[in-house]
Design a protein around this ligand. Structure first.
Ligand code: IDP
Length: 153
């Protein structure tokens, strides 16, 4: 088991549809710890850097247009094997393949506007957290206020 941090973002369609609370609820119920969160509208530079691995894909322009079209809810979550587990909770990219019970399986209708982003590796998580929150910004959650502590409250 490995304690990991990941970057999770409710995309503009998810924010507009009022899914922030539902998504936070699922991550909290799973026992993960929210370390930082902010509602923000990102510029094209931040969006292009975030999706840099897709810069040569035909849908890149459309993807950057979409992700900058309204506020996103950016979050840092921590938990055991959270990179792999959160990807399972999110579900496959395409709504036709996303299993019922996953976030995309339950809420997404299109491949482009699919409600939520989650880092796919430790390296991506580190890069994405830095892009959205910066290296120096302190985590909001206190080190001594973790899931384990809440169990006894
Ligand atoms: P992921 O979000 O499940 O990791 P990626 O393949 O990394 O999926 O793609 C990043 C995002 O790009 C997707 O979540 C989706 O919003 C968008 N995207 C992926 N494939 C397509 C496509 O074929 N058309 C339009 N948008 C796409």
């Amino acid at each position: 088991m490995a304690l990991q941090r990941t970057f999770i973002m409710v995309k503009p369609d998810g924010v507009k549809r009022g899914l922030i609370g539902e998504i936070i609820k699922r991550f909290e119920q799973k026992g993960f710890t929210l370390l930082n969160a902010e509602l923000m509208t990102i510029n094209r530079t931040k969006a292009e850097y975030h999706y840099t691995e897709h810069k040569d894909k035909p849908f890149f322009g459309e993807l950057v247009d979409f992700i900058t079209s309204g506020p996103v809810f950016a979050m840092v979550w921590e938990g055991e094997n959270i990179i792999e587990v959160s990807r399972l909770m999110i579900g496959k990219t395409s709504p036709a393949e996303a299993a019922p019970g996953t976030i995309r399986g339950d809420f997404a209708n299109t491949k482009a506007e699919n409600v939520i982003h989650g880092s796919d590796s430790l390296l991506s998580a580190e890069r994405e957290i830095e892009n959205f929150f910066g290296l120096l910004k302190r985590n909001i959650a206190d080190d001594d206020f973790r899931y384990e502590d809440r169990q006894s409250m």
